[in-house]
Design a protein around this ligand. Structure first.
Ligand SMILES: Cc1cc2nc3c(=O)[nH]c(=O)nc-3n(C[C@H](O)[C@H](O)[C@H](O)COP(=O)(O)OP(=O)(O)OC[C@H]3O[C@@H](n4cnc5c(N)ncnc54)[C@H](O)[C@@H]3O)c2cc1C
Length: 315
């Protein structure tokens, strides 16, 4: 068995990547198959996700569009749909700032095929990223969506948006390596997108996992204490039973003996406004100490990066 400290990484480098590369990187966390990423793997991977309807993986690709309409009618029509998973702000004139994930743009088209802007946005995205839309019915010619102009906003321009637009439209992905009790709490924040290492698929007896189970060092016990020894002995016993079960059973069956202390990886992707809310809840003295262990340093990092937005009073 291996014991490691919890950690987090803000996935800034993904912001510089194409949508398929980004989505593949995040999607492969579930199966811990990052070793299969190469320079040609991203598009086949996302094509498969779109075809098989693994929609939550497609949530990891978020982009911002500036939509200009000749008349206010399509704007009113879009607002009347009350899209739950798009961030929409009206700019001057008949212009909209719209941020959403590939999943949302696909589903806007699927669920509202008659809506002008839903069709126009899907049409625009399909021209740039056909692999996301191959299985969806997009028959529009440019003439049918005349009067609508769409442009993608570069991330550097999203960063420059004035408050409060910046906080709503700037999405940030953070990868946590924590125990499963922490991820169980994290996934309660419903506005976020999550992808998590799957114990159903990962076989920790395999070479790529070092043939062992990895646990997160509990924040609660000093390393030389009696409590720590009790904890460590329990983990050793559970690992032994897990490895025994794996000899005759699947990972999803064997994992039934695994405890909360198991290490897991999760990517949490949401906008800065939601991060501020999460951090205010999860850094508070009322929050679980293992959660605070990663959230307090994350809050400090974001406070340094966005001082006007993150004014947390950390105790
Ligand atoms: C210190 C602490 C202790 C906790 N203890 C417990 C506990 O003992 N048991 C427990 O079960 N949980 C517990 N929780 C979890 C807590 O109840 C929330 O689920 C979690 O904090 C996420 O809440 P949220 O409002 O940020 O996110 P969400 O509940 O995801 O809500 C985010 C936003 O989505 C909207 N929303 C989403 N779904 C709905 C809906 N169905 N109806 C209306 N609005 C919706 C709301 O507008 C809301 O603003 C605890 C959390 C903390 C921080």
């Amino acid at each position: 068995m291996r014991i490691i400290e919890p950690s987090f990484t803000i996935l800034d480098e993904l912001d510089q990547q194409s949508l398929p590369v980004r989505i593949e990187f995040c999607g492969r966390i579930c199966y811990k198959s990052e070793n299969r990423i190469d320079s040609d793997s991203a598009i086949p991977f996302v094509r498969k996700m779109a075809k098989n309807g693994h929609n939550s993986v497609l949530e990891m690709g978020v982009l911002t569009l500036v939509v200009t309409c000749a008349t206010p009618d399509p704007i009113q029509a879009l607002f009347s749909l009350q899209p739950k998973f798009l961030q929409i702000d009206r700019l001057e004139g008949n212009r909209l700032l719209i941020t959403g994930s590939i999943r949302t743009f696909r589903e806007m088209l699927l669920f509202h095929p008659e809506d002008t802007l839903s069709r126009a946005m899907a049409h625009y995205l399909k021209e740039q990223h056909p692999y996301f839309f191959e299985t969806l019915p997009i028959n529009d010619t440019p003439e049918r969506i005349a009067g609508v102009t769409i442009a993608k906003m570069a991330l550097k321009d999203v960063e420059q948006l004035a408050a409060p637009l910046h906080a709503k439209h700037r999405y940030l992905a953070v990868k946590f390596i924590v125990n499963r009790a922490v991820t169980h709490e994290l996934v309660r924040h419903r506005p976020c997108t999550f992808l998590q290492e799957s114990q159903r698929y990962c076989r920790y007896s395999a070479d790529k996992f070092g043939n062992e189970v990895t646990f997160i060092k509990p924040v609660f016990f000093e390393e030389q204490s009696e409590e720590f020894t009790i904890w460590q002995q329990s983990m050793e016993a559970m690992e032994a039973q897990y490895l025994r079960l794996l000899q005759t059973s699947s990972p999803q069956a064997a994992r039934t003996v695994l405890p909360n202390s198991c290490k897991t990886e999760i990517i949490v992707y949401t906008n800065l406004l939601e991060w501020r809310h999460i951090l205010s809840l999860r850094t508070s003295p009322a929050a679980e100490p293992s959660m605070r262990e990663v959230m307090i340093p994350l809050a400090h990092t974001l406070q340094n990066r966005y001082p006007a937005l993150f004014r947390l009073h950390l105790e």
